[in-house]
Design a protein around this ligand. Structure first.
Ligand code: SF4
Ligand code: SF4
Length: 287
């Protein structure tokens, strides 16, 4: 990718390769496995893989929705691949993961929005890798209770749905989603007894006070875990970075979120919604 905006100093990571990371890297290469961690060039890969945590994308490479911050292509998806859940389970087993995050594209082309695909992937990982935690990061399934129930019944350790931004600019950033509908997804997940999680991306044009309000809205909706991240522009077609949030502000936001009552918070310039997700889940369990 071509650098567009000049990144501040604190955006850069130091590469520290540990033994677990190098083992996983060789394995993934030799077995021809696919992870979001590698394919998105995630800067946290040394840390997450050292903890044997990784992220997988399901549903194909084309999304039926278009969000302003997202590098996934919008288009007509390929036919549903019913063997994909089994293969993801197999990859998690081969990698010997302790915690797997599964996310995917929106499949509005399918009658069930992909609910079966998401649920089956959780079931496959649990069946093939007993003891591995699964974090399922879902689109909104239009908040249809029957579709969400099908997904929730697969019993992921964490059910994540990201609001990503604040109400005032939500329509521009996520035209096919609705802020209130996303809060409703979290509300329904919590009511189903799941541990819930969401994410806010900063640098999309939101104001500081609006971030505080979104944190309060999420907590009121039953959200227990939160990640707060910096927007990085994937390409020139995407919205420019409106501001680089300073590391101190991320620390402040973490304290604020904890005061509001979140059980676990990850907040920082390089944090991603799946960053050290297993560790964050443990905080929710302990709370
Ligand atoms: Fe990206 Fe998800 Fe939005 Fe699709 S719905 S464009 S995958 S963020
Ligand atoms: Fe993988 Fe997510 Fe960790 Fe990045 S933050 S390395 S995508 S698990």
């Amino acid at each position: 990718a071509t650098p567009i905006e000049k990144k501040p100093e604190w955006i850069k990571t130091r590469a520290k390769m540990g033994p677990q990371y190098t083992q996983l890297r060789d394995l993934v290469k030799n077995e021809g496995l696919h992870t979001v961690c590698q394919e998105a060039g995630c800067p946290n890969i040394f840390e997450c893989w050292e903890d044997r945590e990784a992220t997988f994308l399901i549903g194909g490479e084309q999304c039926t929705r278009r969000c302003d911050f997202c590098q996934i292509d919008t288009g007509k998806p390929a036919a549903l691949d019913r063997d994909e859940p089994r293969r993801v389970g197999e990859s998690v087993a081969t990698m010997g993961l302790r915690y797997a995050t599964v996310t995917g594209v929106a499949r509005d082309d399918l009658a069930d929005g992909g609910a079966w695909l998401y649920a089956e992937t959780v079931r496959q990982i649990h069946a093939q890798v007993p003891g591995c935690g699964v974090e399922l990061l879902i689109p909104d399934f239009n908040a249809v209770p029957e579709l969400l129930a099908e997904v929730f019944d697969s019993a992921p350790e964490v059910l994540a749905h990201n609001v990503e931004t604040v109400p005032r600019i939500f329509k521009r950033v996520r035209p096919a989603f609705r802020y209130e509908r996303s809060l409703d997804v979290i509300r329904q997940a919590r009511a189903a007894g799941l541990v819930t999680k969401s994410n806010l991306i900063l640098g999309l044009g939101e104001e500081r006070g609006e971030v505080s309000q979104a944190l309060r809205d999420l907590h009121a909706a039953g959200c227990e875990l939160i990640t707060i991240t910096q927007y990085l522009r994937p390409s020139r077609r995407h919205h420019p970075v409106e501001r680089w949030v300073k590391p101190e502000e991320f620390v402040e936001l973490k304290q604020e979120a904890e005061q509001i009552g979140f059980a676990g918070v990850m907040s920082g310039p390089l944090v991603r919604s799946s960053y050290r997700a297993g560790r964050l889940y443990q905080q929710a369990v302990a709370a």
